[in-house]
Design a protein. Structure first.
Length: 300
């Protein structure tokens, strides 16, 4: 088998070592790897997600990663395949646009569970942005009876911090814990108790990811701040989670009465996102930057 090209990219950042890192592996046409191998590569990369992209074309030509505008896309954590990953999709587009010199203005990614995603190049005034279009995953599903502000799941996540509301999207299994409005430091000081959280059983709490969010009263530059954990899949905090905005942005759009939102993921690495909620098209668009920090070859 020929060596496979890969990139490591920091998504939703304009500088190296910011945002959320993802590995992107380029699979040429005709190369089929078993799922077990895809998982082993993700474990070798040891990042929150590793993306696999492959050209979708009847006539891919000699340079398909340059000329094609449609690709299949899958995402693997070191533990399993996931249904949607925003930052690794942005990273995939950056690998093609910046690394391979792809000529398209918009790239289409065919996924197994989240339909077709697109990433469009935007010519911003200062620096170009990559705008990811995702399905709108409104957190309007009925909360399980045992999922209350005082439940172990919530209290192990936010401690004694006051909770304004809970919201849930059953499709992605994302729980939104909205804190009462206050200074950004309220969110900064959240320290989930990860070991007992990870010990909670899925049949008790059918949750994959936990989004903790706040409207910061001391930050006029952002409409909402978020942090994200998936204790049953990752032992660390996710630095910047594009898919989280497909859930939490509709929540704040409804709360604030505005469709264009400025968001920041307040992790240690941090990430800036410009988010648009398009209810007519049932899409959420999140725009940010991305930086290539590493490239190389996989020898299998």
């Amino acid at each position: 088998m020929p060596a496979l090209k890969f990139y490591q990219i920091d998504a939703f950042s304009d500088v190296p070592f910011g945002g959320n890192p993802a590995a992107v592996c380029l699979l040429p046409p005709g190369i089929e790897l078993p799922d077990a191998t895809l998982l082993k590569i993700a474990q070798e990369m040891n990042l929150s997600e590793t993306a696999y992209i492959q050209p979708v074309s009847d006539s891919p030509g000699d340079t398909p990663f340059v000329t094609c505008d449609r690709f299949s896309l899958r995402w693997f954590t070191p533990m399993d395949e996931v249904a949607l990953c925003g930052h690794a999709t942005v990273a995939s587009a950056a690998a093609l646009f910046q690394g391979e010199g792809n000529e398209s203005d918009t790239l289409m990614f065919d996924t197994r569970e989240s339909g077709q995603l697109t990433v469009k190049r935007l010519d911003a005034a200062e620096k170009p942005l990559l705008q990811l279009s995702m399905p709108l995953n409104d957190p309007l599903d009925t909360l399980p009876d045992n999922m209350t502000p005082d439940s172990p799941l919530v209290r192990l996540t936010v401690g004694d911090t006051a909770v304004e509301a809970l919201a849930f999207n059953a499709g992605l299994r994302y729980l939104v814990i909205q804190l009462k409005d206050g200074p950004a430091s309220l969110l900064d000081n959240i320290k989930p108790d990860m070991v007992p959280l990870a010990a909670l059983q899925e049949d008790t709490y059918p949750v994959f990811g936990i989004i903790v969010a706040i409207r910061p009263v001391d930050d006029p530059n952002h409409d909402h701040l978020v942090r994200f954990w998936a204790p049953w899949n990752l032992s660390w905090e996710d630095p910047v989670t594009g898919s989280a905005q497909s859930v939490v942005a509709p929540h704040f759009e409804r709360l604030l009465g505005k469709s264009s939102l400025r968001a920041r993921q307040a992790s240690a690495r941090g990430g800036e996102l410009q988010v648009e909620v398009d209810r007519k098209a049932s899409r959420v668009r999140a725009a940010g930057q991305a930086v290539i920090v590493l490239s190389g070859q996989l020898h299998l």
